[in-house]
Design a protein around this ligand. Sequence first.
Ligand code: GDP
Ligand code: GDP
Length: 485
Amino acid sequence: MTTPMTPMPEIPTPVIALVGRPNVGKSTLFNRLTRTRDALVADFPGLTRDRKYGQANVAGFDFIVIDTGGIDGTEEGVEEKMAEQSLLAIEEADIVLFLVDARAGLTPADIGIAQYLRQRQNKTTVVVANKTDGIDADSHCAEFYQLGLGEIAQIAASQGRGVTQLIEEVLAPFAAQFNATETAVQNNQDSEQDEWDNDFDFSDENDTALLDEALEEESDQPENKNIKIAIVGRPNVGKSTLTNRILGEDRVVVYDLPGTTRDSIYIPMERDGQHYTIIDTAGVRKRGKVHLTVEKFSVIKTLQAIQDANVVLLTIDAREGISDQDLSLLGFILNTGRSLVIVVNKWDGLDQAVKDRVKFELDRRLDFIDFARVHFISALHGSGVGNLFESVQEAYACATQKMTTSLLTRILQMATDEHQPPLAQGRRIKLKYAHPGGYNPPIIVVHGNQMDKLPDSYKRYLSNYYRRSLKIIGSPIRIQFQEGN
Ligand code: GDP
Ligand code: GDP
């Protein structure tokens, strides 16, 4: 039934690591790049607590950014200065942004870090002079050429100056490998909307049909029906076992791919006529060569896999319950907007009381996720594994279902008829029409007046209304509100 094919390496989402001595502005830059989104603070066994991981989209590029922290410029010896995990972050990153403080000038700690980075010839390393606001940047930056790492980028992270340009420059070489991102498409659609006639009447089928036509060419609805599945979870929850089980235990793909350890393996497979790619973060094991180590777990690999997937199988260990780490991963998945199926593994051999307790705990801790299917399986014995594919297909279908302006506008009209938006300063908030803004996750763009006054409770009402009307299961949906036509 399941046919694994030759595994292939693919190009994952780029990773940018921020390094530098304390106080140069790494956190400030991290926050600016990731905006208000929550950082994933790694608290996995064997990893230091203070490393922060975040997702960013700047200038149309999606990437993962790591604030390495952990480098203490006051200790002896560069190798010792850098905490083990910071070193690992540098190894796993595609690009290292080495921050220095333009106001403080060159310090011995900067020189030590530079020595270390110069040995990493294969890395794109850029010296970034921060805090260039309000000073003569060129003269302050000149001394950083002594670091021997080439050109100095000048930024002011606290104001955002130079940041977009920096990201464009370092990620440009990756650009060819990526298609236009949601943001780029989004921007096009926005400008399309700006030109839209003020007399637009949302109840007029002709108008909505015209708008659909106008948007048709910009549509980023995925045509590729290959579903990419990421199997993620904490160490030892059973990811490898599940991957092997899915690929068919008699046909375990055994391979040693050259290349770096950070790369996930993308395994194409076919099941009941549907093409999938399993993004394997855990590493399919060779038989008889099973080493249970924590080190094989990589946060970066996990985050890249989530970013690159259509549907994420978040695997939880029934015997361990739901941990804060599971919730951290969940938060990251929700941020990316990927479709989600929750897999509670190791469901074999548990007595009823334990099962009841696990289910109770799931309800309690995951009550904010009302859209994802939950499966109780045993990867070891195979029970429940086949059914996962139904939920994966459902989630993908929901996340990519065709939405039209006329349909979305009709639903908006029904929602506002049933429950009017409130008054704001004596004027009724008016929602006019809605159009699709993207897929996987579905994005719905609602246009109207006084959008900034729309209360969160009403936004939630609309979101639920759309979810119910469009019957979206397994995928988050996003509603964006835009002022005017
Ligand atoms: P980290 O220890 O490297 O993460 O540094 P932080 O991001 O915590 O920043 C250290 C200090 O520098 C804070 O007080 C920031 O407000 C300040 N800072 C960061 N970026 C800038 C900047 O671009 N200009 C100025 N003037 N101050 C900055
Ligand atoms: P990973 O680190 O997430 O890839 O986890 P592994 O697949 O290496 O599994 C970790 C341990 O859990 C191994 O000893 C597996 O045999 C065991 N395991 C995996 N799935 C199951 C399951 O469904 N039931 C039970 N009882 N043990 C399992």
